[in-house]
Design a protein around this ligand. Structure first.
Ligand code: HEM
Length: 373
């Protein structure tokens, strides 16, 4: 398949039909020189433009440079195609502190997320000044891209945390079949999709009128690493599992309905007089109709980071959601989930990130985040 274009009005990797593999990284900026940061963003942009088209990170490549110098590509993707690679950058709130004189440009929508009931966030794997999301059909290609950005950034940024993901847990296009998460349920059925042009315009892309002109055409990214207690889940009855989500496991159909894309009807009752979909079902608590029509573009991935030494898989969902304003979208939805979702018995939020993803890079003279600097 053809590579996804790197240049455009919006960054790739948001409405791009979700690829199967993820390597997500958060960096801390270690230089205190704004000029060095801008240089790095320019170098990264040039490398990303090459990598996403299936080329090596630098002009000389893994073996074409001087024998005395370290290669300008690490080599492990030699011979591999672009594999649908997209690279998407975002800026965390901490980048807007006093170091680079950007405080006045911090978007209001980048306000710290509230503390949600029950979360157990680990600071070392949360936050970060800059994030890069690499998605591809081949994990080697995604890892190669992140590794080369880290290599290029040596001395200016350091890796704060990174996360591998496999098996997308959302469709972002109607052309894609809905995949399954590690609880075995179809995930992404009622997601915002690139074909929903009106929703995408209203609810995904920031505009200059939103208050930060440099973010026009950009979007806000929330990440949550959500550990699943899969062993407990696997001893839960099928009926209970289905009631927790409000959809059946086989088809992903709303309870009381037959097919995956049948509409949710929260008023419909069964013969026992009880609603088919319980009042605290996940799809009801998260539904836009209870949050002022707030939608999210979910783009998460399954993860298994080996096991935890206590006989349990260290597994779960690396939740990723894009939106125009997290204060109106992610926050109210997550507040109601954190408060009432019976799923909470089986999950634990352990990391959190919030990033402002700038608009797309227009052409070879442009670079990631230019309107900010
Ligand atoms: C829907 C699973 C966390 C927001 C769903 C569905 C499943 C699911 C199976 C139904 C299919 C679909 O429409 O996509 C999970 C699991 C989670 C999780 C296993 C944690 C491990 C979250 C979080 C949020 C969220 C943290 C946002 C704060 C939504 C939304 C919907 C949804 C907005 C669509 C509701 C609708 O409009 O029908 N989720 N989810 N989910 N989830 Fe989650």
């Amino acid at each position: 398949s053809d590579p996804f274009p790197f240049y455009g009005e919006h960054q790739a990797g948001i409405v791009t039909p979700a690829q199967d593999r993820l390597h997500f990284v958060a960096f801390d900026v270690t230089t205190s020189e704004k000029a060095e940061l801008v240089d790095l963003l320019q170098e990264w942009t040039a490398a990303a433009a090459r990598l996403t088209q299936g080329r090596e990170a630098g002009a000389f490549g893994a073996v074409g440079g001087a024998a005395e110098a370290a290669p300008d590509d690490t080599g492990e993707a030699l011979g591999l195609p672009a594999s649908g690679l997209t690279l998407t950058i975002g800026f965390g709130a901490s980048l807007f502190d006093e170091r680079f004189g950007l405080a006045g440009k911090r978007p209001a929508a980048l306000a710290a997320l509230p503390k949600f009931p029950g979360e157990q966030l680990i600071p070392e794997i949360s936050g970060g000044d800059i994030c890069v999301q690499a998605c591809a059909h081949d994990p080697q290609v995604a890892v190669h891209a992140i590794r080369n950005l880290a290599r290029i950034g040596f001395g200016k940024v350091s890796v704060r945390w990174s996360q591998l993901g496999f098996g997308r847990t959302s469709s972002t296009s109607r052309a894609q079949a809905t995949p399954r998460n590690l609880m075995g349920f179809k995930d992404g059925t009622n997601n915002m999709k690139l074909e929903d042009a009106d929703l995408v315009r209203e609810q995904l892309w920031a505009t200059a009128q939103d208050g930060s002109a440099w973010m026009a055409g950009g979007s806000y990214l929330v990440t949550r690493k959500i550990r699943m207690m899969v062993e407990t889940w696997d001893r839960t009855s099928l009926a209970e599992q289905e009631q927790i989500f409000g959809r059946n496991k086989g088809e992903g159909a709303p309870l009381g309905k037959k097919a995956e894309f049948d509409l949710l009807d929260f008023a419909a009752k069964g013969a026992d007089g009880q609603p088919h979909i319980k009042d605290d079902a996940h799809v009801r608590l998260a539904h836009p109709s209870f949050h002022g029509n707030a939608h999210l573009l979910r783009r998460g991935y399954n993860f298994v980071d080996g096991s935890d030494g206590l006989g349990r898989l260290d597994a779960g969902l690396f939740f990723i959601a894009y939106q125009r304003d997290p204060r109106k979208q992610f926050v109210p939805v997550q507040l109601s989930l954190a408060k009432s979702d019976p799923l909470n018995e089986y999950i634990k939020h352990v990391s959190s990130g919030l990033f402002a993803c700038p608009p797309g890079v227009r052409d070879a003279g442009d670079y990631w985040g230019r309107p900010l600097f």
